[in-house]
Design a protein around this ligand. Structure first.
Ligand SMILES: *Cc1c(COP(=O)(O)O)cnc(C)c1O
Length: 351
C-alpha cells in the first residue's frame, strides 16, 4: 500500500443496474419509463441557444423551483432541486444526519441508503421488514438520528398509506424523516399533505421514473423552509451550479404538461395490473405493487434461472443476489408490446 492510500476514503460503491445496448433488447431492469417524455421538450430543444452555454446557469434554479412549487401548491422556499433524487438524497443525508444516534431504514430498501451512510460516516440500523415484506412501524419508535422510508418501497413495490407515514412522524418529532417517493405517481399517496403539520418531514421525488427523464437527471425535495434552507447551505458549500441550463428548461416542460404525465402513468398502471395477472397464471407470486415495476417470485423455478433465460433473449430484468430476496425478480413495466413479448417467452419457457 502506498503511504497516502491509508488516507483514502474507502467505500463500497452503489452498483447501478446495467445499461446494455442491443438493437432489439427489452430493457426492464432499471425502472425507466418506456414512453418518451412530453413532446413539449422537443419544441424546447429547438428553442435552446447554444450561445447560452457560455454563461453559468441560474444557481437557484428559479424557473424549475417555481414550476414545482406551483404544481404542488407550495411556497418556493419549500422546494429544493438537484441532479436526480440521488443527488437530493445525498445532500439530505449530509445535511440532516449528523447525530451520534443511528439513522433507521429497512433491511430491504433502496440500496443507496447504506452507501451514503457509509461514505458520510453516519451510523445506521436496518430493522427487518416483516415476512410479507412490510415495514413494521413499531421498529421506528426508538431513539434515532433520522429515518428514511421509501414509499412505495423498492424493490418490494409495496406502498403504505398516509396514516402509516403519519404514525412514524408522530413518534419521531426530534429527527428528520425522509420519505423517498420515487414511485409515488404510480398509485401511492404522497406525504406532501403532511408537510404543513410536520416541520421535520422531507418528501423526495424524481423526474426519472414517472416523468420519463432519467437521462436528464432531475430530482427534488419538498419540506419546511428551514429544511430547504439548510440543504441549500450545504449544496452551495459543495457545488452551486448543479442544474444545467437545458435540464432546467426541460424540467419545466415536464411539470407543465400534466395531461401527458397523467396519461403515461395511467398506461403504466394498466399494463402493470394486466402483467401481474398473467404472471400469476404462470405460477408467479407478485407483491402488491404501487410502482412501475413488479417484484415476483416463481413457485418452482429459481429466479436466478429465469433471469438468465430472459437475458439470453435480450430481455433484461433485475435480480438481486441478496438475503431474503434472492428468489425474486424485479420487472420494470414496459410498453404493452414489450410486456407481451416478455409474457410470451415465459409461457414458452415455463410451459
Ligand atoms: C430510482 C430511485 C431513486 C433515484 O432516482 P434518480 O434517477 O437519481 O432521481 C431514488 N430512490 C429510489 C427508491 C429509486 O428507486
Amino acid at each position: 500500500m502506498r503511504a497516502w492510500e491509508k488516507n483514502f476514503r474507502k467505500v463500497e460503491p452503489y452498483v447501478p443496474g446495467e445499461q446494455p445496448v442491443f438493437d432489439k433488447m427489452i430493457k426492464l431492469n432499471t425502472n425507466e419509463c418506456p414512453y418518451p417524455p412530453t413532446p413539449m421538450i422537443r419544441e424546447a430543444m429547438e428553442g435552446l441557444e447554444s450561445d447560452r452555454f457560455r454563461l453559468y446557469p441560474d444557481f437557484k434554479s428559479t424557473s424549475l423551483v417555481e414550476a414545482l412549487a406551483e404544481y404542488y401548491g407550495l411556497k418556493e422556499e419549500q422546494v429544493f432541486v438537484g441532479v436526480g433524487s440521488d443527488d437530493v438524497l445525498s445532500v439530505a443525508f449530509l445535511t440532516f444526519f449528523n447525530s451520534e444516534k443511528p439513522i433507521l431504514f429497512p433491511d430491504i430498501t433502496y440500496s443507496f441508503y447504506d452507501v451514503w451512510a457509509d461514505v458520510y460516516r453516519i451510523p445506521y440500523e436496518r430493522p427487518a421488514l416483516d415476512d410479507n415484506f412490510r415495514i413494521r412501524k413499531e421498529d421506528y419508535y426508538k431513539e434515532n438520528g433520522g429515518i428514511v422510508i421509501a414509499n412505495p418501497n423498492a424493490p418490494t413495490s409495496i406502498a403504505e398509506g398516509l396514516e402509516f407515514i403519519e404514525d412514524i412522524l408522530k413518534h419521531n418529532q426530534e429527527s428528520v424523516v425522509i420519505v423517498d417517493e420515487a414511485y409515488v405517481d404510480f398509485g401511492a399517496t404522497s406525504a406532501i399533505a403532511l408537510l404543513e403539520k410536520y416541520e421535520n418531514l422531507l418528501v423526495v421525488q424524481t423526474f426519472s421514473k414517472s416523468r420519463a427523464m432519467a437521462g436528464m437527471r432531475i430530482g427534488y425535495a419538498m419540506g419546511h423552509p428551514s429544511l430547504i434552507q439548510a440543504m441549500n447551505d450545504v449544496k452551495y458549500s459543495i457545488n452551486s451550479y448543479t442544474m444545467n441550463y437545458p435540464a432546467l428548461q426541460y424540467g419545466v416542460c415536464a411539470v407543465k404538461d400534466d395531461a401527458y404525465f397523467k396519461e403515461c402513468c395511467g398506461k403504466i398502471i394498466a399494463t402493470r395490473e394486466k402483467v401481474a395477472k398473467e404472471l400469476e397464471e404462470l405460477g408467479f407470486t407478485c407483491l402488491p405493487s404501487s410502482a412501475n415495476f413488479l417484484f415476483a417470485s416463481h413457485k418452482s423455478v429459481p429466479a436466478k434461472e429465469i433471469f438468465a433465460a430472459l437475458r439470453e433473449q435480450n430481455i433484461f430484468v433485475r435480480y438481486f443476489n441478496k438475503p431474503r430476496i434472492d428468489n425474486y425478480l424485479r420487472i420494470t413495466i414496459g410498453t404493452e408490446e414489450q410486456m407481451q413479448i416478455f409474457i410470451d417467452f415465459l409461457k414458452d419457457y415455463l410451459g
